[in-house]
Design a protein around this ligand. Structure first.
Ligand SMILES: Cc1ncc(Cc2csc(CCOP(=O)(O)OP(=O)(O)O)c2C)c(N)n1
Ligand SMILES: [Mg+2]
Length: 567
């Protein structure tokens, strides 16, 4: 009798269930009790990517979810490993990225009697506030169903993070309760069912838009995630309605499309009389839709998969609930059938403001090429030039000034090619996001980091080198969080001070990657394409002047100012 007991273990059933549902990449940090589980996954043909810290691994799985629309899957050990992954689980849920975080855990009776297990923690209950749903699977026979539930929960409705609690006992437990044929593992049917809005809802929205004198479309990362580029481009081309992309929606419509209002952001928000939110939430990033940023008379139309997003901060005059593609497949023909076109004076106003702001920005960029105090503009212009020539390169970015100036300077032409710190502005997502992007797409990835941001997960440069991934990390070193000079007590290290001349690039060299060090525009211009085109893991350390950078970049207004006077 062939001993097929391994095939009936919880571990084997977990791997079968993931593979049967088209999931073949695992991101994690092993240890008790998941090391053999990871080995078995590799034996069964899955690709396991081992990281140096769990938040990077879970961030990687989250980015995989955003890029593929299938849940990314991360695995951690119990307690400390689980807790390290929790920030990334919460971040994925906040960003609506589909993710399943699986953590080894303890037997219920040991936890519930507080008997003090090795790395014992009530993870199932700790996880609940930080994810869309938490599930615990105590019996091997339930593993197939647990994976099915986790996948469906992660991708259906508003996507997000799901926690799957996997006690050590379940991993090795044999499933003797089901027939040889049906081990409880199956391929889900329609994990994320389409949801269409009613005709009434569509007509209500059309009636409002066709009266609009100054409409504006705001594209959120939800519109990028749901692959709405075809419908959105048609909507814009047929009506001429101008658009504003939020950062991870950049490229859904090419940033250089003539309908972009990005360079006239203030004017377009302040004057729009109808604002059409497509997968974008009226949260802090859009000043909750309040004046003075927005027109107090503006009417809001919102397209979202989750009705609870409506009226989160403003009255929504035309709520459209459903998956964005289904909504747009009804809305676009209904609106274009009316023959509606935006009045030319609105387009002219945006075009004039765009020309004025673009001219100012161009001057700042030009000056950056020769500024003796080398700064962000001279450092990032070569990156933008490269992306205009090679739009199928992916960009991951984090930092404050580095993030904000990079977002304004680097035009994207393709959807889902930019990932960044998202709704929460979490530092330390860069390496995980970059590694998963390289793994999932096979394309060249540029990770544009501030020196502080890079410090959160820089050890995963070793991971990037170990898998020999085509990632070019650009560390903009201004010697600090925001800059290297804001110090209130002279001659001592301040709260935002970092090493002003540190050589972050040598970290790549330490692990077999390539390293570059630039101190001016021309050196960056000569170096950047070489590094990316090499297809090798590398770090470019860009040494800029420590005086460069504002407190908190473009969101300094959020800081409670104490108006301190330096000594
Ligand atoms: C997990 C977490 N901890 C702290 C913070 C607070 C923060 C926001 S931005 C930032 C780094 C800014 O410095 P950097 O050098 O990266 O960029 P630059 O402006 O170009 O100098 C920090 C620490 C956040 N957002 N997340
Ligand atoms: Mg910095």
């Amino acid at each position: 009798m062939v001993d097929d007991s391994l095939n009936r273990t919880g571990a084997s059933l977990l791997i079968d269930a993931l593979q049967k549902n088209g999931i073949n990449n695992l991101y994690g940090v092993v240890g008790i009790p998941i090391t053999d589980l990871a080995r078995l996954a590799e034996l069964r043909g899955m690709k396991y990517y081992g990281f140096r810290r769990e938040d990077s691994a879970v961030d990687a799985a989250a980015a995989a979810g955003f890029l593929t629309k299938k849940p990314g899957v991360a695995m951690t050990v119990s307690a400390p490993g689980f807790l390290n992954g929790l920030t990334a689980l919460a971040q994925a849920t906040k960003n609506c990225f589909p993710l399943i975080m699986i953590s080894g855990s303890s037997e219920r009776h040991i936890i519930d009697l507080a008997q003090g297990d090795y790395e014992g923690l009530d993870q199932y209950n700790v996880a609940k506030p930080f994810c869309k749903k938490a599930y615990r699977v105590d019996r091997a026979q339930d593993v197939g169903l647990a994976v099915a539930r986790a996948i469906r929960t992660a991708v259906s409705g508003r996507p997000g993070g799901v926690y799957l609690d996997l006690p050590a006992d379940t991993i090795a437990q044999l499933n003797d309760d089901l027939g040889e044929k049906n081990m409880g593992v199956y391929k889900l049917v329609d994990p994320a069912p389409l949801q269409e809005p009613s005709d009434d809802a569509i007509n209500r929205a059309v009636d409002i838009i066709k009266q609009a004198k100054k409409p504006l479309i705001i594209l959120g990362k939800g519109a990028a995630y749901d692959r709405t580029e075809k419908q959105v481009q048609e909507l814009i081309n047929k009506t001429d309605i101008p658009f504003l992309p939020m950062s991870m929606a950049k490229g859904l419509v090419p940033d250089d499309d003539k309908h972009s209002a990005a360079a006239a952001r203030s004017l377009s928000l302040k004057n729009a009389d109808v604002v059409i939110l497509i997968g974008a939430r009226l949260n802090w990033m859009l000043s909750y839709g309040d004046a003075p940023q927005f027109n107090p008379e503006a009417k809001f139309i919102q397209l979202d998969i989750d009705a609870t997003q409506f009226d989160s901060a403003q009255k929504i005059s035309a709520p459209l609930q459903g998956d964005l593609t289904s909504i747009l497949n009804k809305l676009v023909p209904a609106l274009t059938a009316t023959g509606y076109k935006v009045p030319s004076d609105w387009l002219d106003a945006i075009a004039q403001d765009t020309a004025k702001n673009d001219a100012k920005f161009a001057k700042r960029i030009k000056a950056g090429e020769t500024n003796p105090e080398f700064g962000y503009y001279g450092a990032i212009e070569p990156i933008n030039d490269y992306f205009q020539e090679h739009p199928d390169t992916y960009l991951v970015s984090e930092g404050a000034n580095t993030l904000d100036i990079g977002r304004d300077m680097i035009g994207m032409k393709l959807p889902r090619h930019r990932l960044d710190t998202g709704t929460w502005g979490v530092m330390g997502v860069g390496m995980g996001y970059a590694i998963a992007t390289a793994v999932e797409t096979g394309k060249h990835v540029v990770a544009l980091d501030g020196d502080s941001a890079f410090g959160f997960d820089g050890m995963d440069v070793e991971t990037m080198c170990r898998y020999n991934l085509p990632i070019t990390v650009v560390v903009i070193n201004n010697g600090g969080i925001y800059n290297g000079v804001d110090n209130v007590v002279p001659d001592q290290l301040g709260p935002t001070t970092l090493d002003p001349t540190g050589r972050y690039d040598l970290i790549a060299k330490a692990f077999g990657g390539d390293n570059y060090y630039v101190t001016n525009y021309q050196e960056m211009k000569d170096t950047f394409a070489t590094a990316v085109e090499s297809g090798r893991p590398s770090i470019i350390n860009v040494q800029i002047d420590p005086s460069m950078g504002k407190e908190s970049g473009h969101i300094g207004n959020l800081n409670p100012e104490l108006n301190l006077k330096p000594l």
